[in-house]
Every structure is written in structure tokens, then in C-alpha cells.
Design a protein around this ligand. Sequence first.
Ligand code: AP5
Length: 208
Amino acid sequence: MRIVFAGPPGAGKGTQAARLIERLAIPHISTGDMLRAAVKAGTPAGQEAEVYMKAGQLVPDSTVIAMAIDRIQENDAREGFMLDGFPRTREQAEALEAAMKEADLSLDAVILLEVDDALIVERITGRRTDPDTGTIYHMTFNPPPAEILDRLVQRSDDTAEACAARLSKYHQDTAPIIPFYEERSILRRVDGVGNPDDVTARLIEALG
Ligand code: AP5
């Protein structure tokens, strides 16, 4: 299956993708994770991206498109993939469609995980990640075990200020991909509010 997982920042895409890929046996390709790895490694792309990410702005299309298209052409993605956080602009959606058309492929589904803005800030500012395992926690909604508290990290773009900028960019630049995929009849809306197990069940149903 070739899937795009879309939705506002903090909607729970990373949390749910970790559960779904085990079941679907396809790679989870998060452009956010790839960019954070590039920042950590200090590559030229990472150095460029860091400034945008910290401010809650989008990294330029040219950088992200090349990175994502190269990644879906790797061997492990031959039979399918779950793209998380890409595409995020109409230009990215068009580039993905063109690259897939060239390979005689198309997307099976675009899942839109919907969560109201009012819930997003709390989800984002309370998020902590375990750098050893990549597990995503929330200090209230999914509290980490006490013995790993000291090693947890908070993303530098998980401040209330950057969160507001990310939400605004989402509505301005990313929301236009929704009609793009609606026109192609592959958009499936899933309610991302509630118990994470219930959200997983809704996603499984939406993926058919
Ligand atoms: P990226 O890493 O993609 O961030 P994002 O889309 O903003 O999404 P998040 O990772 O913040 O949230 P999520 O939906 O995965 O939620 P999570 O599961 O963690 O991108 C970061 C930056 O990179 C961008 O701002 C941009 O600068 C750049 N970038 C990336 N891709 C790009 C692109 N294509 N083009 C340009 N720039 C790009 O959950 C959040 C919290 O909520 C967690 O604490 C979790 O425990 C909790 N939670 C999850 N589910 C529930 C639930 N059901 N109930 C209560 N709490 C929940």
C-alpha cells in the first residue's frame, strides 16, 4: 500500500504510524524525522532546515521534495510506504504525483487525521520523546515510566510560540492539499480525538 498520512502538527501521526506500520509491513517515512536526523548530523541540508524548523516554518520545497522522492525510491519502499508529513504544500503534492506517475504508480489513500486547533497546543507542549527508542510520550495523556524521565527530550519546535506558527502554516500551506486529494477521490478523513486505541481502530477501518 502507498499511503500519505496527513494532518495538523501534533495530531498523532507519529504515534499512530508506529502502530500501523507493524500491521501493514511498510516503511514509515517521516520527513520531519529525516530532517531532524539531518540537523543532528550537521549536513548542509540539515543546517539549512534547522532555522526553518525552530521557527515553526516549512523547509523550502526544493529541499524536501528531493529528500522525500529519493527516499520512496529506495528498495524497502518498493512494495509500499507510509509518508508522514509529506506532502505539505500543493507543490510537494504535484511533485509526488509526477514522480509516481513516471514510475507508473499511484497513491492508494491519503489519510487525514483531524484534530481541532484547541487541542493541539496541549498535545505539542506536553510531548516528550525517548531518544533511545524513539517512543513518543505525553506528560499527561501518555506518561512515561519514571525510570526513563531523565533521558527524555523535548523537541526545540515544541514551544507554544513555534506551535502557533506551525498551525498557521498548516492552515495556509498544507490545507490546500486536501481538495487536491479530494478531487482524486483518495482522501479519507479520520477523527484523531479520543483514546489512541480508538483512533487506531478508526484508522484500520479507514484503510480497509
Ligand atoms: P514533523 O515532524 O512532520 O511535525 P508535525 O507534522 O508538526 O507533526 P508532529 O510530529 O508535531 O506531530 P504528530 O502528528 O506526529 O503527533 P505525535 O504523534 O507526536 O515536522 C516538523 C518540522 O519539520 C515542520 O514544522 C517543518 O519545519 C519541517 N518539515 C517536515 N516535513 C516537511 C515538509 N514536507 N515540507 C516542509 N517542511 C517540513 O503526537 C503529539 C503528542 O500528542 C504526543 O505527545 C502524543 O503522545 C500525544 N497524543 C497522540 N495521540 C493522542 C491522543 N489520541 N490523545 C491525546 N494525546 C495524544
